[in-house]
Design a binder for this molecule. Structure first.
Ligand code: UT7
Length: 381
């Protein structure tokens, strides 16, 4: 049917959370053999955020997710899918997404973690958008969150100057209106896996006193090779995703590349011919937050009024795997969003408290149930 509207995934909510702890270049110059000038000139980073002792990927995900649900005015019980993109989950298992699902009281949601290095969030966005377009879900929450400070070797100047902690989240909703997620590109080249990895803690090298002594539980990276790869794939994926949407690079109103290194962004933007005023960066303040970098930047850009209805927004990322990805979005929500009544926000806060109580009740029931079973079995024996 010529007039049939395409069911698409639209962004209806966004949120971000960064820890309050700031680590400056000056701080780093006192920790390793580096200088403020070197870090700024070679990376474009001035400072980064570091999670406090009580903060985790899960707790930051939750803060970002709650902010996104507030903007979208979506009841957590309506969320059907939660994806947390991360390389620093709270545990190998259970997934951080399940912890977030429980804390939100999103009792009708499936939840899983997604590992695709720094491209994880853009991968997750594409997976959720695809499932929405296919008609499987109407409401999804996609989160990118990292506590990289816990896997950073603070004695290695090649890596410790780059990374930071934080979380960003988007609410995606099904809609037949014009726009939303238009096209996606997901790519990988596993032959480059060695260039950026966490060598120990998996089945190849389980945790042992040797693996700890040899500092194998920290990020290991060949920075120069990753740099070369990034400057090639960033413009390539951006061109591909725009072409897939039937548009031109000149149509991009806002470009949000992965915030890894200012020189990588400059090189990609130059190759693409995108004017600097159409590129969003916040790298100087947060460093490279891996999966969290694109959603934090997108949420900030929207809050700063950099996005208008009808704009073509392109996000693109690259990183460990090697994996890279891009998504083209036609912004469909009128901005700014009208302020919602305070009682609605309070209602959602109350639901989160209720979720905590219910989670506690379920845990207690399981314990009491297990105790009673043991008691009965003991009497039978
Ligand atoms: O999210 C994806 C993850 N990773 C990335 O995107 C990283 C991509 N790569 C990069 O951003 C850059 O390669 C780095 C910022 C990591 C390094 O910058 P570079 O310009 O490629 O430096 P380099 O590795 O070629 O090293 C140049 C020199 C070396 O000294 P020599 O061998 O020339 O004497 C390094 O030892 O800079 C030295 N160096 C430093 N000096 C001061 C490396 N790190 C530092 C440092 N402070 N922190």
């Amino acid at each position: 049917m010529a007039n049939e509207r395409r069911r698409a995934a639209h962004i209806s909510g966004w949120g971000r959370y960064v820890p309050t702890g700031v680590l400056t270049n000056e701080d780093l110059s006192r920790m390793v053999d580096t200088s403020e000038e070197w870090i700024l000139q070679r990376t474009g980073i001035l400072e980064r955020r570091v999670a406090g002792s009580g903060e985790t990927t899960g707790s930051m995900s939750l803060r970002a997710a709650q902010a996104a649900l507030d903007v979208a005015q979506v009841d957590p019980r309506k969320v059907e899918l939660i994806i947390v993109a991360t390389v620093t989950p709270d545990y190998p298992f259970p997934s951080t997404a399940c912890l977030v699902q429980d804390a939100l009281g999103a009792r009708n949601a499936g939840a899983f973690d997604l590992s695709a290095g720094c491209s994880g969030f853009v991968y997750g966005l594409n997976v959720a958008a695809g499932l929405i377009e296919a008609g499987q879900y109407d409401n999804a929450l996609v989160i990118g969150a990292e506590t990289l400070s816990r896997i950073t070797d603070w004695t290695d100047r090649n890596t410790c100057v780059l990374f930071g902690d934080g979380a960003g989240a988007l609410v995606l909703q099904a809609n037949g209106a014009r726009g939303g997620v238009l096209s996606s590109v997901l790519r990988a080249d596993g032959s480059g896996g060695d260039l950026l990895k966490l060598p120990a803690g998996g089945s190849v090298q389980p945790a042992s006193s040797e693996s700890v002594d040899q500092r194998q539980h920290y990020i290991h990276m060949d920075g120069r090779q990753v740099f070369r790869f990034a400057t090639r794939v960033l413009p390539e994926a951006t061109r591909q995703v725009v072409e897939l949407a039937g548009l031109e690079v000149e149509d991009i109103a806002l470009y949000i590349p992965h915030q890894a290194n200012g020189r990588i962004i400059e090189s990609a933007v130059k190759a693409l011919g995108i004017p600097p005023e159409r590129v969003f960066t916040n790298l100087a303040r947060y460093g490279n937050t891996s999966s969290a970098s694109v959603p934090i930047a997108l949420a900030e850009a929207i809050d700063e009024g950099r996005v208008q209805r009808g704009d073509l927004v392109v996000v693109a990322a690259f990183g460990a795997g090697l994996a890279w990805a891009a998504t083209a979005i036609e912004w469909s929500l009128p901005l700014p969003v009208p302020k919602q009544p305070r009682r609605r926000i309070l209602w959602r806060r109350m639901l989160y408290h209720l979720a905590r109580v219910q989670s506690w009740r379920r845990r207690l029931c399981r314990r009491v149930g297990a105790w009673l079973r043991r008691l009965v079995e003991g009497e039978d024996a």
